[in-house]
Design a protein around this ligand. Structure first.
Ligand code: SF4
Ligand code: SF4
Length: 206
């Protein structure tokens, strides 16, 4: 009688490519490292007894000290981001929405990439409608993403100092799998995208 070994069913690993060309596997939010860092800082400050000391030394600053601790505590309890393909990042990221509407996994194979990354691409009518509705909601309580895909992608290119755009061009030339394998290796060796991010606040109004 022949031996039939067990075939282990392995799920394919989800892609960690962001639609904009970022690599989520090298992001502090995906890896939960920012929250862990905040947790360590919070614990250190608590164990040092800094909270009470700060209030005693500067009683008038008490409310500010409380706000600082509250923010740090929230950051420490923030769950890790699931990655772009699993709906992480900004909830209604217009770049991800746009790529999805064009049935693209990333912007790498988009015919409009160059114009879009320069912020020159006009919004589609669907996007214009979404932005109009979003702005109306912004006046209420439900904050909505204030930029269209092209404007946001241009901001991301500035923020990443061209890294994500270079990634998209490499994905187009070499294929997603080859690029992702290299990124995984770099991230395992310690590379984090925060190293190349500029301090520009991509959500700020100009
Ligand atoms: S900015 Fe948008 S497209 Fe880029 S990784 Fe984040 S959610 Fe994805
Ligand atoms: S139009 Fe811009 S955001 Fe949309 S898929 Fe193309 S490059 Fe990406």
């Amino acid at each position: 009688m022949g031996f039939h070994g067990f075939m282990l069913k392995t799920e394919p690993e989800p892609s960690l490519a962001g639609a904009c060309g970022a690599y989520c596997g090298a992001c502090l939010a995906y890896r939960g490292e920012l929250a862990a860092e905040a947790g360590r800082l919070l614990q250190g400050i608590r164990r040092q007894g800094f909270l009470g000391l700060a209030k005693r030394l500067h009683p008038a600053e008490g409310p500010k000290v409380d706000v600082f601790f509250d923010v740090l505590d929230r950051l420490a309890r923030t769950p890790a981001c699931p990655g772009c393909a699993a709906g992480g990042g900004p909830m209604i990221c217009p770049v991800r929405v746009c790529a999805k509407e064009r049935r693209l996994e990333t912007c790498a194979h988009c015919a409009d990439l160059s114009a879009c990354a320069d912020g020159r691409l006009k919004s589609s009518s669907a996007e214009t409608r979404r932005l109009r509705e979003g702005r109306a909601r912004l006046r209420g309580e439900d904050a909505h993403f204030p930029f269209g895909a092209s404007e946001y992608l241009a901001r991301l290119v500035r923020k990443y100092q061209g890294w994500n755009l270079e990634n998209l061009r490499r994905i187009a030339a070499e294929g997603l799998e080859v690029w992702e394998a290299e990124m995984r290796e770099r991230a395992d060796a310690g590379f984090r995208s925060v190293e190349i991010k500029s301090e520009e606040d991509v959500y700020a109004d100009d």
